[in-house]
Design a protein around this ligand. Structure first.
Ligand code: TMP
Length: 206
């Protein structure tokens, strides 16, 4: 039996973590074994990489940044995601390769196909069954992050036009793979978003 792999994507402040938690609760209540994870930082090695990419003071060359995310991803998929799916479990994950295409591709202006292929090489071609994109205008996202009153990480601190490009890239990725993606308006009430996510996931579990 093979499990189900669900990823959440979207800009910083789009509500991915809330929706991932609501989905996790629902799946556990219905008796599923769930692995909840994230990139970067879903493994011990990944936590070290996360610290570099999010908190290193000073520049990281764009290609080095892309390779660091890909390295985190390679280890995460090989040691955590694939084994869980092989056991028939549901993996709920904050962010995956679509984030690299959006942030390192469009955001850092590297070649989007090269970035995607780098991640596909790193993970031997692993793609999720369902990807939920929580789409939010970067200005609204920024207002949410400001309200949180936490220090910004390296990516969050990027300017508005960076986050605008990231948003456009996510929407283009979703349009290119409509079977994998579910695009939701992140300004909807959380309960309404959760219901839409459940409906898509239930369809895949059936
Ligand atoms: P988060 O865990 O709070 O979402 O933060 C992760 C940050 O890293 C977020 O700003 C998006 C960024 N990121 C990339 O730039 N490329 C990637 O491949 C991934 C997974 C995340």
């Amino acid at each position: 039996m093979s499990g189900l792999w669900i990823t959440f994507e979207g800009g910083d402040g789009s509500g991915k973590t809330t929706q991932a938690s609501l989905l996790e609760e629902w799946l556990r209540a219905s008796g599923r074994t769930v692995v909840r994870t994230r990139e970067p930082g879903g493994t011990e090695v990944g936590m070290l990489v996360r610290d570099i990419v999010l908190h290193h003071r000073g520049d990281i060359a764009p290609r080095a940044e892309a390779l660091l995310y890909a390295a985190d991803r390679a280890h995460h998929v090989a040691t955590l995601v694939r084994p869980a799916l092989a056991r028939g479990e549901v993996v709920i994950q904050d962010r995956y390769l679509d984030s690299s295409v959006a942030y390192q591709g469009e955001g850092r202006v590297l070649d989007a196909d090269e970035i995607r292929n780098l991640s596909l090489w790193a993970t031997e071609g692993a793609l999720p069954d369902v990807t939920v994109l929580l789409d939010l205008d970067p200005a609204a996202a920024r207002a949410r992050l400001d309200a949180d009153d936490k220090p910004f990480d390296r990516l969050e601190a990027e300017k508005a036009d960076f986050h605008g490009r990231v948003r456009t890239a996510f929407l283009a990725l979703a349009a290119a793979e409509p079977d994998r993606f579910l695009v939701l308006d992140a300004t909807l009430p959380p309960a309404e978003l959760a219901a839409a996510v459940r409906e898509r996931v239930a369809g895949r579990l059936a």
